[in-house]
Design a binder for this molecule. Structure first.
Ligand code: BEZ
Length: 210
């Protein structure tokens, strides 16, 4: 089986050629979150909708200290031609860098090449990487199913909110909703909790507003 970074691992660093020039992950992600995502191929319909979706959320990601980094196993020339074609047809410009992973090095490093699905195209992977370059969340979708932009945004905000408030997020949590408070680990904190005004389903499951 191919290597695949997992949740909590240091995201493997790399230096590569992209549509905005040469970059390394460590420099690009210095002091910011990075969403590294792969798509199977340029000039394909599902990929075009996804890349357009990322481009349209430019302000959201910038406002949340997050940089985008796309990838496919295509050449820089193919990337540039695709960026140009979409821009001319729709007015949407893919401003974030797109890696030309023509030698498949990064796709293999991140388990994006899943040969039972395709020998030559990366699957639709998403890695959410924090400012310490730690992999915090990953998603993998097959070639024929586009991702859900709302879920990508929700997951990013959930991670950032959890870090800032030492809490966890319940099923379907959205920004602005109550969060889960870590369960008490001592009898004293249990009694404190019982006397609190937290929304409590049971002693180990309590929620609070932020
Ligand atoms: C697409 O983006 O439409 C696509 C790419 C590769 C395989 C199937 C669909």
């Amino acid at each position: 089986m191919n290597y695949m970074p997992r949740i909590g691992d240091l995201a493997p660093d790399f230096e590569t050629l992209t549509t905005t020039g040469k970059l390394s992950l460590s420099e690009y992600g210095k002091d910011s979150w990075v969403i590294l995502f792969s798509h199977p191929a340029d000039f394909t319909p599902v990929c075009t909708t996804e890349m357009t979706g990322f481009a349209l959320e430019k302000d959201f990601f910038a406002a949340n200290n997050t940089k985008l980094l796309g990838l496919s196993i295509d050449s820089i020339h193919a990337h540039i031609a695709w960026v140009n074609a979409v821009y001319e047809k729709t007015g949407v410009l893919f401003e974030f860098p797109i890696i030309a992973d023509i030698d498949m090095k990064i796709s293999k490093l991140y388990g994006m090449l899943q040969p039972s699905e395709s020998e030559t195209a990366a699957v639709r992977a998403v890695f959410i990487i924090d400012p310490n370059r730690k992999v915090r969340l990953l998603m993998y979708y097959p070639l024929n199913v586009g991702r859900n932009m709302e879920e990508i945004k929700r997951a990013l905000i959930a991670l950032q909110t959890s870090d800032a408030n030492s809490c966890a997020m319940p099923l379907n949590w959205k920004a602005g909703e109550k969060v889960i408070v870590p369960a008490p680990k001592t009898v004293d904190t249990l009694l404190e909790r019982k006397a609190s005004d937290l929304e409590m389903v049971d002693w180990y499951l309590a929620k609070r507003n932020l």
